[in-house]
Design a protein around this ligand. Structure first.
Ligand SMILES: [Zn+2]
Length: 306
């Protein structure tokens, strides 16, 4: 799945909504405390469990007192949870966020910020749940999800605070790891935010997927990564590289060690004019994923025969 970059006007709208929230909190120091955000926005938080149908059903029926649509069509909500494999929900009429309690705690932080995102983007109010059937075409769903994710990133990384720190560092996985702890977010979300927001003139690609030497049994070669994140400068200058080619590149240098640095190499990618450019690829294994950062180095000098 490739990242969706928001249009500049949409991104600006999101940024101004987040700025209001952070200003309301007195522009706090990282890491952002989500309980403070909930208090400011008068949002409530609850939990459900996807492992336990009855639990979700009971929670929702109790919550749905004021939510006419949900009472009339309770199955819509259950269907949505299943169909989109939801890890969290936002019920606008109750200003309540529901998190799947079976998710690991670090992921819940992102999920909660994502749902806060839905709650602070005024144009999302009409799109959530109420107009379920019309609005949630796959394309529209992907767009509002991308907007909520962008909002989550803006919140959890305190807008310019993260970017200033990120731009002061060299674009390497070491730098991403160093930035991770200060803001209290996961390696994966820090990595994602770094590629989408930092060093804006530099073409970069981020890849998140299974360890290339320890592929799971259900590995699908036509869909080898969970996420392919292209930086704005990459999208501008380069055409999307086929995922199979990216996977071949990563597999060519990664070692078999379980975790830690897995290797690095220089790989040539082609720009929109058909010219080759050298990227530095480096990969790191954490217990769940292999993260690969590819950063632009230089134009590829063709070797010309005498
Ligand atoms: Zn969402």
């Amino acid at each position: 799945m490739r990242n969706i970059l928001l249009s500049r006007p949409t991104a600006t709208d999101v940024e101004s909504q987040v700025r209001k929230v952070l200003r309301g909190l007195g522009n706090p120091e990282p890491p952002l405390k989500l309980e403070d955000v909930r208090a400011l926005l008068r949002l409530d938080r609850g939990y459900y469990s996807t492992r336990n149908d009855g639990f979700l059903r009971e929670k929702v029926s109790r919550l749905a007192v004021a939510g006419a649509q949900i009472i009339e069509r309770p199955t819509l909500l259950f269907d949505a949870v299943r169909k989109f494999d939801l890890r969290a929900l936002y019920l606008p009429d109750r200003r309540r966020i529901l998190l799947d309690e079976t998710q690991p705690t670090p992921k819940q932080r992102w999920n909660e910020a994502h749902e806060i995102g839905h709650s602070i983007l005024p144009w999302h109010a009409d799109l959530m749940l109420g107009d379920h059937e019309q609005s949630l075409t796959p394309g529209c769903h992907a767009q509002i999800e991308a907007e909520a994710n962008y909002t989550a990133g803006q919140l959890l990384f305190l807008q310019d605070r993260f970017l200033t720190a990120a731009n002061d560092s060299t674009p390497t996985l070491d730098a991403v790891r160093a930035l991770k702890s200060g803001f209290g977010n996961t390696y994966t979300t820090t990595f994602w935010r770094f590629i989408e927001g930092a060093h804006t003139d530099l073409p970069m690609i981020g890849l998140i997927g299974p360890h290339p030497r320890r592929l799971p049994a259900n590995f699908n070669v036509s869909d080898p990564f969970r996420y392919v994140i292209e930086s704005p400068a990459f999208v501008e200058t380069f055409k999307s590289v086929a995922v199979a080619d990216l996977h071949r590149a990563v597999s060519s240098y990664c070692g078999g060690q379980r975790a830690g640095p897995l290797g690095a190499a220089e790989i040539v990618l082609t720009d929109r004019n058909g010219d080759g450019h050298v990227f530095h690829f480096e990969s790191f294994g954490n217990t769940y994923d292999c993260l690969t950062l590819a950063v632009y180095r230089r134009r590829h000098a063709r070797v010309v025969g005498f």
